[in-house]
Design a protein around this ligand. Structure first.
Ligand code: SUG
Length: 451
């Protein structure tokens, strides 16, 4: 049990709600789970409820929990931009017949993985003492490239108070500045209220650089990470840039958060996470004001296949008031013997602050390659910053009940790829989202609400 109420600076995990069109379309090249589950029948209701139950149990354990809304899908506007015209019904029918892959992309509920929504710098690290946000451009795939505009509006709606929050433009959506947000960014620190060091992990350099993956795309560039750090005013002494191991990307590690997770002074990582492991750790040690606690999992303990299939490193690592940490792992970790043994013998029994493991079932998301850590955007907030939030976005029992009832009212329990052309699904989705913005009290954030 944790109780965060006795310290004033908390990490708030803002989980993305699974949207009403959650489906398996096999859209993400290099993401092994997405590629292997394309075509399966999804259960959006179960997905949303699994997410809500994860949030509720972490809130119940004393951790601060927030919620972010899903996006407007199907994105009929994107289909119109691509030349489909007529009524919404006609656009959907024509796209289904002529370009089913485009219809699937504009229906993706991928905004649930809010670790990719953007990069956040806490106020303690910023010269102007405001919390800084940059929505990620997600330009590596078409279905995710559709997210940043609404993400920006949602973040600006919730973190509206200019005295406390600063918002930066999305980086240019071009391969040189390919940005996937917090999934490739880890802040290491002592207490959350103390200054931190920002570890930015990139998959390739756009201009120069010899090492690149051969099989799968590297979704984050050094140039993008540097630009975000510049936008947030982070200086050389506050940042470490490290290249992800290209062999890991080729084994299905499409983001750093599939192979490493950090919290406080702890960096839990797999031997294959970084191209230059020693250099990365040395630079972190040199720049951090508190001793780094590296927790290294060797290849002989967990194979790359096990790491990618179990998502051990896509766990949430949460701080408790007594200095210990809790690891929130997906259920798949229990299904792989080597992984479960490593958790018990190496992580829990090891000389590090991790002393509890919580297992969560997020299977609907996992089949698309999204584990517990993908589903949340971490925002470190002081008491005054929490008080300055707009909307009803911090989870309470009452909000959980309202959101659960909302999901049960509006979501289907079965969605096959062929159902995506159903105009009724589009209408159901808009009705649900309109109600949601009222429930969350965040105002108009969706294109259909803005006119
Ligand atoms: O971008 N999957 C997402 C999963 C993102 C996980 N996020 C983090 N690791 N932080 C992606 O690959 C699959 C959608 C589909 O196939 O229908 C998808 O987009």
């Amino acid at each position: 049990m944790s109780d965060v109420s006795n310290c004033s600076v908390w990490e708030v995990n803002f989980d993305g709600l699974v949207g009403p069109t959650h489906n398996y379309s096999g859209l993400a090249h290099g993401n092994v789970a997405s590629m292997s589950h394309g075509g399966l029948i999804s259960n959006p209701r179960e997905g949303a409820l699994q997410g809500l139950l994860k949030m509720k149990s972490l809130m119940g354990a004393g951790y601060a929990q927030g919620v972010l809304p899903p996006q407007q899908r199907p994105d009929v506007g994107a289909l119109r931009d691509l030349g489909f015209s007529g009524s919404n019904r006609e656009v959907l029918t024509r796209a289904a017949a002529e370009a089913p892959q485009l219809l699937r992309a504009v229906c993706s509920a991928s905004s649930m993985w809010t670790a990719n929504a953007g990069t956040v710098t806490p106020s303690i690290d910023a010269a102007d003492r405001r919390v800084h946000f940059t929505p990620a451009n997600l330009q590596s795939s078409f279905h995710r490239y559709l997210e940043p505009q609404t993400t920006g509006r949602v973040l600006q709606a919730i973190f509206r108070d200019e005295q406390h929050f600063a918002h930066h433009p999305v980086l240019p959506a071009t391969p040189a500045f390919s940005d996937e947000g917090a999934a490739n960014h880890t802040r290491l620190c002592g207490e959350y209220s103390e200054p931190g060091v920002h570890l930015f992990v990139y998959g390739r350099q756009a201009f120069g650089g010899e090492h690149k993956p051969k099989r799968y795309p590297a979704r984050q560039t050094l140039e993008a990470s540097q630009a975000v750090a510049r936008q947030h005013g982070l200086t050389d002494v506050q940042t470490v840039f490290a290249q992800q191991h290209p062999d890991a990307i080729d084994a299905g590690v499409f983001h750093n958060d599939v192979i490493a997770v950090g919290n406080g002074a702890v960096l839990l990582y797999h031997e294959m996470a970084f191209l230059e492991e020693e250099r990365t750790l040395d630079e972190l040690r040199a720049k951090m004001t508190t001793p780094l606690i590296p927790v290294r999992v060797p290849l002989e303990a967990v194979s790359m296949e096990d790491a990618v299939a179990s998502y051990l490193f896509n766990s949430q690592l949460l701080s408790n008031p007594d200095g210990s940490m809790t690891l929130v792992v997906p259920g798949e970790c229990q299904e792989r013997e080597a992984v479960w043994r490593t958790i018990q013998d190496h992580l829990l029994a090891g000389n590090n602050p991790i002393n509890e493991v919580i297992v969560k079932d997020v299977k609907q998301s996992m089949r698309n390659g999204g584990g517990p850590a993908c589903l949340r955007l971490r925002v470190v907030l002081s008491e005054a910053e929490r008080a300055a939030l707009t909307g009803r976005v911090l989870l309470t029992e009452a909000l959980f009940d309202d959101l659960t009832a909302w999901v049960n009212r509006h979501y289907r329990d079965r969605l096959a790829p062929d159902d995506l052309a159903d105009p009724q699904l589009a209408e159901e989705s808009l009705t649900a989202l309109d109600e949601l913005t009222q429930l969350l009290k965040i105002g108009s954030v969706y294109p259909f609400q803005l006119g």
